[in-house]
Design a protein around this ligand. Sequence first.
Ligand SMILES: [Zn+2]
Length: 216
Amino acid sequence: MFLGHFALALAAKKAAPKASLGTLVLSAQFADCLWPVLLLLGVEQVRIVPGLMRASPFDFVSYPISHSLLMQLVWGLAFGVVYLLWRRDLRTALIVGALVPTHWLLDFLAHRPDMPLYPGGGPKVGLGMWNSVPLTLIVEYGLLIAGVAIYLTATRSKGGHNIAFWSLIVFLAVVYPASLFGPPPPSVRALAFSALAIWLTIPWAAAADRHQAQKL
Ligand SMILES: [Zn+2]
């Protein structure tokens, strides 16, 4: 899942208007922010197997720190506690923390049964949405459109066009099919470095959010 995680961050703005969209994106995408770092450190492993699934050539050999359900819950708790200490806002901290393990749920829909429940073995699960390109496109873009709509009902522009916001949405909408239909990355190292680009979306989303005010 890719766009779906951003969609949940956008939608969460309605429930947590005080949180920056940058914080919400970091929360919903924390697993995919961590993953390329852990790949480069050699802690987690992936193999590139062209044709493995219709919508993904990645064999996620091992990624328990970034993508197991238990660790997602731990990261969510840590994220919520840090936010609470920083902002002293329990309600927002709960939403920001709870957003972290939603990543696992959405990936569970998309991945083949490669999602660990906890580190160190045990069953792996996944519903395999990526076996179908049309289903993947409908779900990913459907979620993105819903997320954008909810964000725009919860906020209003402080004036003029929000170029940061719309450029981010267009960037996401274009980069996703490019990765889906383009050639697979030439190496795991190349994949990890390109996946690090996800960190850029955090300050980008924060800048977009500064241009929006809460709708009363
Ligand atoms: Zn993920």
